[in-house]
Design a protein around this ligand. Structure first.
Ligand SMILES: Cc1cc2nc3c(=O)[nH]c(=O)nc-3n(C[C@H](O)[C@H](O)[C@H](O)COP(=O)(O)OP(=O)(O)OC[C@H]3O[C@@H](n4cnc5c(N)ncnc54)[C@H](O)[C@@H]3O)c2cc1C
Length: 454
């Protein structure tokens, strides 16, 4: 028992080496996007006052915003309630879910409150809390006397991981080809679906193409017709057709504003682009993923880079195949971007006797239909803090994180296959969507997902 009354989990001799975790650890977090930042924020409040460093490969101090939306699921909301000190609202709430037919008429509706936010607002709020970055998005909270410092280092691309006595050595390079290394007791791979940490430890895990892409974009709510705004204001709206799904909702606007009139309508438009793989793209996929300067992108085409000729084709298809309200927002978007939908999951989230951990998309990259990627990152961060604090033991931490990763990853694959590659009645799509909204607390992880956890 520690002097402040907290009971710490005493790790077995081979967990974190022989170090007791009530000692401050050198913790290196690889990846400074939402998963890495949530983890840094959750761990910096622990009483051990660990020494935390984030290594982010991006060459500039801030990540480039794609300006797109995320559904703030239960664990994202819980995370912000527990750790955020910016004290601002960060979500636009939708009161109802509804489905349109091709003519734009509502064919199904149900009352359901959901919260939607934007990636950039969440990112800047986390940076304000983690390392006091000033921005137009939110006030920076005051430093707490008892919190750990977090060092955020951009332009640090992690390239290798080695064991040296009871320490891990993390090696990195910078864009000027400078090399460096850093010692750590605990390394956390929060480096996304193409995780370098995962590849270094599990080189056979592949990220595979699902056969379709998400065309994404936003339009300011005051730039669309009243009929179109009516379809998306306070609503989470969907349309399904053979090989197509599109959904849209309102998110915060520039600098995170929640001011009516200035918020954005955010759409995610799934459409099939058959191709053997991302490395050997079909002609059509290659055309879509080749930018205006002729550069081919493998998985994500950044906003504003799409070749106008390739985008024009999508605008025409949108007019022909989508309800008028959806066609209007797709046609009006000025900086569309494209994400190839992929699948990836690591068989485990701990290596080197628990001294290397994977979380968020590095552990399991979900298909976007699950609307759970940010929630997974937030949940993994919170439960890791609970584990290091001693509130839960290793088995429970493994059971909850692997149960979540495996169950939701599989659910995303099933939803995507049904939605894009099968012809189903609308009730089936509604069923899938409602399943994806089930709160994590109500989930019972199936045996196949947790049977091997010890
Ligand atoms: C710039 C950016 C914008 C995004 N915008 C949206 C959005 O608008 N809507 C949405 O739904 N989702 C978005 N996402 C994805 C979303 O953040 C994730 O799906 C989810 O929140 C889980 O986050 P993650 O931190 O686990 O993974 P990711 O968000 O993929 O972050 C991984 C991070 O690790 C870094 N990294 C990778 N390899 C290395 C390495 N070797 N060394 C050091 N750093 C490394 C990457 O640069 C990245 O910052 C975005 C991701 C990024 C990186």
């Amino acid at each position: 028992m520690a002097s402040n009354g907290t009971t710490y989990y005493e790790p077995s001799k081979d967990t974190y080496g022989t170090r007791a975790i009530h000692q401050p650890l050198d913790i290196v977090i690889v990846g400074g996007s939402l998963g890495g930042l949530c983890t840094a924020l959750a761990l910096k409040s622990l009483p051990q006052r660990h020494r935390i460093t984030i290594l982010e490969r991006n060459p500039t101090p801030l990540l480039h915003n794609q300006g797109a939306g995320i559904v703030a699921g239960g664990d994202t909301l819980k995370f912000f309630k527990r750790y955020d000190r910016c004290n601002r609202d960060f979500a636009v709430s939708s009161q109802r879910r509804q489905y349109l037919n091709k003519d734009g008429e509502i064919v199904h509706k149900e009352d359901m409150v959901q919260n939607m936010t934007s990636w950039d607002l969440v990112y800047y709020m986390l940076r304000a809390n983690v390392d006091y970055v000033e921005s137009a998005y939110c006030k920076v909270p005051s430093r707490q006397p008892d919190e750990a410092e977090v060092q955020h280092l951009h332009d640090h691309k992690v390239t290798a991981l080695e064991e040296y006595h009871d320490k891990l050595v993390v090696k990195y390079t910078t864009k000027d080809d400078k090399e460096g290394e850093m010692e750590a007791d605990l390394v956390i791979g929060a480096d996304g679906p193409s995780s370098s940490i995962r590849s270094l430890l599990q080189s056979d895990v592949e990220r595979t193409y699902a056969g379709y892409v998400a065309l994404r974009g936003t339009v300011r709510e005051d730039e669309v017709s009243p009929k179109t705004l009516e379809a998306f204001k306070d609503r989470f709206t969907f349309f399904h057709a053979q090989g197509i799904q599109i959904l849209a909702y309102l998110i915060p606007g520039e600098n995170g504003t929640l001011e009516p009139g200035q918020r954005l309508i955010n759409f995610v438009y799934y459409t099939n682009f058959p191709s053997k793989s991302l490395d050997q793209p079909s002609g059509e996929l290659a055309e879509l993923m080749t930018d205006v300067e002729g550069v081919r992108h493998r998985i994500t085409m950044p906003p504003g880079k799409t070749d106008p000729k390739a985008w024009e084709k999508q605008r025409v298809i949108a007019s022909e195949r989508l309800p008028p309200q959806f066609a209007e927002i797709v046609r009006a978007t000025k900086k569309p971007f494209v994400q190839a939908v992929t699948d990836v999951i690591s068989p485990t989230n701990e290596f080197f006797n628990g001294r290397v951990i994977l979380l968020g998309d590095a552990l399991a990259g979900f298909r976007p239909h699950t609307v759970a990627s940010t929630s997974q990152a937030a949940f993994d961060a919170m439960i890791l803090a609970d584990y290091l604090r001693g509130n839960i033991d290793r088995k429970e931490w493994r059971k909850q994180t692997m149960g979540y990763a495996r169950t939701i990853q599989k659910r995303g694959v099933d939803m995507g296959e049904r939605s894009q590659h099968q012809e189903l009645p609308l009730e089936e799509h509604i069923h899938d969507r409602n399943l994806a909204s089930r709160p994590r607390e109500q989930e019972v992880w199936p045996d196949w997902a947790i049977g091997d956890v010890w």
